[in-house]
Every structure is written in structure tokens, then in C-alpha cells.
Design a protein around this ligand. Structure first.
Ligand SMILES: [Zn+2]
Length: 162
């Protein structure tokens, strides 16, 4: 049974460290697979759009994302292409809470479209082209692997009302 992991809250030095790549040979090991299951379980229970390993205290390059009823892992993700076009939308993060313990939302400018290469949970090389919300989630989560939080990037302009 997967277990719920504790989510670290800002400020915490682990959230600010650059995380290390996962060795491909480790991906299929039972310990790593159970970590993936725990990370996924924690994201689902906390209702996050994504969760990065440093947020649960592990400085390794792993994130889990849920979008459009699909859940997938990105291991050692690298954003290989970024659109010139950008857009500003509000973001929140399970690691960034107000003093009352509520999620803080703030506008962040992100590339509208990206390409990303990564390894999946079986250690297979994958490539994804994403836009809009999914592109935003991937950029937010991969930032975590470099010790960057969305509050470092708050846009000065408000997002456009739709
Ligand atoms: Zn986050």
C-alpha cells in the first residue's frame, strides 16, 4: 500500500537545492517504485496538479503530474524547447502556504508551449509536447528540481480575465 509522504513547506533548504538525476538502473528497483507510488498517492490525496520529489524531502529529479485524468511520472525531465509566446496565469504550490496554512496563488509568466524529454516509470525515454496548463505544470514542477519556487517568478502584471 502506498503511504502518504510529508510535504515540506517553504522555507526549507531542501526546497532550494538542485536535485540530482536518477540513475536509469535504479528506476525498476522496488524501493524506487514504491517511492513513485508514495509520491503519486501524496499528490492525489493533497489534490495537487503535480508534486516534485524535493517537496517530500528527496533531492532527486522526479516529478508526478496529473492532467486531464492522466497521471504520469517525469524522471530526469529536460525541457528541450520553449515557445517564444508566454502567458501569465495564477499558480499555487503545496509547499507554499500562508500563515493560516492555505495555498497562496499568484500570477506567473510561463512559456505557452514546451517540449520535454524524460524517462517514464519503466525507464523508457519519452518526449512530450505540451501547451497551456500542462506546459505550465511541467515548468512549475521542473523548477522544483532546480530549487526554484513559483514565488521567485511572480509576474507584475495580472493575468487577463477570461
Ligand atoms: Zn510546487
Amino acid at each position: 500500500m502506498p503511504k502518504l509522504l510529508e510535504i515540506l513547506l517553504n522555507p526549507n533548504p531542501i526546497l532550494r537545492k538542485k536535485s540530482l538525476p536518477v540513475a536509469v538502473d535504479d528506476i525498476l528497483k522496488p524501493d524506487f517504485q514504491s517511492f513513485l507510488a508514495d509520491l503519486k498517492e501524496t499528490m492525489i490525496k493533497k489534490d495537487g496538479a503535480g508534486l516534485a520529489a524535493p517537496q517530500v524531502g528527496k533531492n532527486i529529479r522526479v516529478v508526478v503530474i496529473q492532467n486531464d485524468n492522466q497521471i504520469f511520472f517525469l524522471i530526469n525531465p529536460v525541457i528541450t524547447k520553449k515557445s517564444w509566446a508566454r502567458e501569465i496565469e495564477e499558480e499555487g504550490c503545496l509547499s507554499v502556504l500562508s500563515k493560516k496554512g492555505e495555498i497562496i496563488y499568484a500570477p506567473v509568466e510561463r512559456h505557452k508551449k514546451i517540449n520535454c524529454i524524460y524517462l517514464n516509470e519503466k525507464g523508457e525515454k519519452k518526449k512530450i509536447s505540451a501547451e497551456k496548463l500542462l506546459a505550465r505544470i511541467i515548468q512549475h514542477e521542473t523548477d522544483h528540481l532546480d530549487g526554484v519556487l513559483f514565488i521567485d517568478k511572480i509576474a507584475k502584471i495580472k493575468p487577463k480575465k477570461k
